[in-house]
Design a protein around this ligand. Sequence first.
Ligand SMILES: [Cu+2]
Length: 166
Amino acid sequence: MTKPRPSRPRVGEPATRASGGRPVPTTSKPSRLRVLGFVVVAVVLLGAGVYMAGNTFFTGHDVSIPAGAIAVNSGMDGFTPSTLDAKPGQTLTLVWSNKDDAAMLANGVHTLVSDSLKVHLEDPAESTVTVTLTAPMTPGDYDFWCDSCCGGKDTPAMHGTLHVEA
Ligand SMILES: [Cu+2]
């Protein structure tokens, strides 16, 4: 009824293919290639699992703050902290978290916007992103705000200040 498949020889059959001129040894053990293939697949699956588990751990809200970085939170009450201190020309690294639900935010993001600092940054709902803010060389107080919730720029509580030391 069923025709024998013409492809690969069954284990136990005399070897008909030759590699490099030598006859392929017939063996009942799985070939090295098969074992290697299995190991590769296992390692890839394991790696993917560790990677995904890692994402779950490291994108949670209890994010560890790298040395020198500043933890900032955006919420319905504005930026916390709302004043950031910098030296002239200093680049600040902000680990910026947004714990709010997307439905409460315009475009699902809190923003950090400033004309004088030339930034328009976004932090998606329920996530933490790392962003940088470079202080101008001229000392002074530079205004920034969130324009995607609670009335945006028109609401005083939505503003923050980058204080550049003299
Ligand atoms: Cu906001």
